[in-house]
Write a protein that binds this ligand. Sequence first.
Ligand code: F6R
Length: 369
Amino acid sequence: EKGGYATFMEKEINEQPHAVADTLLGRTDESGRLVLDELRISEEQMRAVDKIVVVACGTAAYAGMVAKYAIEHWARIPVEVALAHEFRYADPVVDERTLVVSISQSGETMDTLMAVKHANDLGALTISVCNTHGSTIPRESDAVLYTHAGPEIAVASTKAFLAQITACYILGLYLAQLRGGTYADDAASVMHELQDIPAKISDLLGRMDRVKEIARFMADTRSVLFLGRNVGFPVAMEGALKLKELAYIHAEGFAAGELKHGPIALIDAGQPVFIIVPSPDTPHELHKKVVSNIQEIRARGARTLVIAVDGDEDVVPFADEVIRVPKCSPLLQPLLTVVPLQVFALQLSTAKGLDVDQPRNLAKSVTVE
Ligand code: F6R
């Protein structure tokens, strides 16, 4: 049942090209226009949406953070990301023009379910991005956009995360197309580019030998930091979460720009730091800014583990290790940059002799508040 892999997690990491491809399947007509037949909210209601709130927990919430960058850029609708358990017991500003997007692999997470019920009570439109047919959260929502990652057995989420991000891109592009505006015409070309991502993930999965080797030599590590910017920021958070869950190592993800506002004090000799570098064509010179962050922490003794796109030579002088990922448009990068971090956590957990699929104290779906 593990398809020849030692663990479900390893199998599921390797299924990620399919998770993305299957989630993209059947969403467009012959002309490349998005058609979301399964959406039970009218186009008119969707057009009237003036605010989006994503509610989710854990890894799904990080998918929501990626969604914020993409949806705001393409659809020009403000997006907030709320942890479901915080949303439920705050006093959120939500009305009938708010679209509340819940993201959940299992569809049974109690915190997320309660947030959706709360949103319904407040009169919001609710849509569920979910991987499990017939589960509770889609049933309680006005509409559902299924991810097609297939069953995820390992407790730590991997392929569901990529599928969630993919579904959120689809939603953002659909909203852009529906509302017209500057990026409406881009929807078809981004969908087209998304079709190439599964092959790039496969390519990337074939290059993981060095990442595994790095992990094996780090079994005694006590703390690892992760830095990213823009869509790389949630990837940094996700890399840290994977390491906590699977290898029981203290890990933190930061927005790279935040470094000088405090976290740089943590850097001392030998501190391992993963840096997710935006591709050089990312707007606002973010690439240059992150490269100078690498330089700063390296000068303070950090061991820099740099994730950069093919051909980015600027990082080389400041990197102890360069982990290469295939190129793609800046907003789509999380579908690639998170993969080495998943493999790293899996391998470190294995090197420590831990139970990869069933980490201590965790359950696959958290059905209590
Ligand atoms: C992390 C992980 C959890 C879940 C979270 C939400 O690897 O698995 O953080 O992402 O508990 O679960 P779902 O998506 O089922 O609502």
